[in-house]
Design a protein around this ligand. Structure first.
Ligand SMILES: NC(=O)c1ccc[n+]([C@@H]2O[C@H](COP(=O)([O-])OP(=O)(O)OC[C@H]3O[C@@H](n4cnc5c(N)ncnc54)[C@H](OP(=O)(O)O)[C@@H]3O)[C@@H](O)[C@H]2O)c1
Length: 251
């Protein structure tokens, strides 16, 4: 049987906790992987060396033009793109999560206008720009997987701008899936609950304990579990599209 060409996959936020696990999983499945980093260049270079043939690219979502340019340039080098996985994101001001503050942070009133705009720009605007450029490059069909959060799906104690940005991503995925089916591009979201690393490190011990108490599986998830699901969507999925798949251990 003829071997299939390695899938050409771009992972946004590959320097992160979830993104690096996704890069490893896709690479292990034989994909050709490029990934972006913003501030953690050292970690990105280490990952690049760990995964032979991979490519680390500096990218700050502050400019949506830069996001589109990175996707365009990679697709030109590779002669196209088969998958975009969006793992980059921000939690916003870390002080919003710190329950040791006096007075306690207010998840609504403490969000200022720059914080709101940054959240929407980084999470929603950049994903839109990346998807637009990726779709132009996916001439033979493709997969888009966006990492969201349970916060955009369920009512949980999250800062309002974070939840709103993830809710917007969820709606974007639904609309994109509808729009892109005719191009044979499948679009899905994986929405994690709390994981045992990455952004969850911002949360207070109280909140983490509360999560574990109410979670059916009585534990946080892992980046490897996220990556396994994302890799399945990229490598194997042929008919699931427009879905937001919760990976929350049964909250
Ligand atoms: N960890 C959890 O428990 C959890 C739960 C629910 C949802 N999520 C979602 O999972 C995704 C990944 O989170 P994570 O836990 O892996 O967080 P993380 O380790 O902090 O990684 C975040 C990634 O986003 C990149 N990034 C942040 N701001 C950026 C910007 N302005 N421009 C370009 N890149 C930027 C970071 O790059 P640098 O590090 O190089 O700056 C990093 O690669 C996020 O969308 C998050 O909302 C995580």
């Amino acid at each position: 049987m003829a071997e299939r060409e390695p899938l050409r996959c771009l992972v946004l936020g590959g320097s992160g906790y979830v993104g690096s696990a996704v890069c490893r999983a896709l690479h292990a499945e034989g994909a050709r992987v490029a990934f972006t980093f913003r501030s953690r260049e050292n970690e990105a270079r280490v990952l690049e060396r760990e995964l032979p043939g991979s490519r680390a690219i500096a990218l700050d979502f502050a400019s949506h033009e830069a996001v589109g340019a990175v996707v365009d340039s990679l697709a030109r080098d590779w002669g196209g793109l088969d998958a975009l996985v969006q793992c980059a994101g921000t939690a916003g001001n870390p002080a919003l999560y710190r329950n040791d503050r006096t007075p306690k942070p207010d998840k609504f009133l403490d969000i200022d206008a720059p914080g709101w705009h940054e959240m929407m720009d980084v999470t929603v605007g950049s994903t839109f720009a990346a998807c637009q450029a990726a779709v132009r490059a996916m001439t033979g069909g493709g997969q888009i997987v966006v990492v969201g959060s349970m916060d955009g799906v369920k009512s949980v104690p999250a800062p309002v701008h974070y939840a709103a940005s993830k809710g917007a991503l969820r709606a974007m995925v639904t609309a994109l899936a509808h729009e892109l089916g005719k191009r044979r591009i499948l679009v899905n979201m994986v929405a994690p609950g709390l994981l045992d690393g990455g952004m969850a490190k911002l949360l207070s011990d109280d909140l983490l304990a509360d999560y574990v108490k109410h979670c059916s599986l009585k534990r946080t998830g892992t980046a490897a579990e996220m990556a396994e699901l994302v890799a399945w969507l990229v490598m194997e999925n042929t008919y699931v599209t427009g879905q937001s798949i919760l990976l929350d251990g049964g909250l």
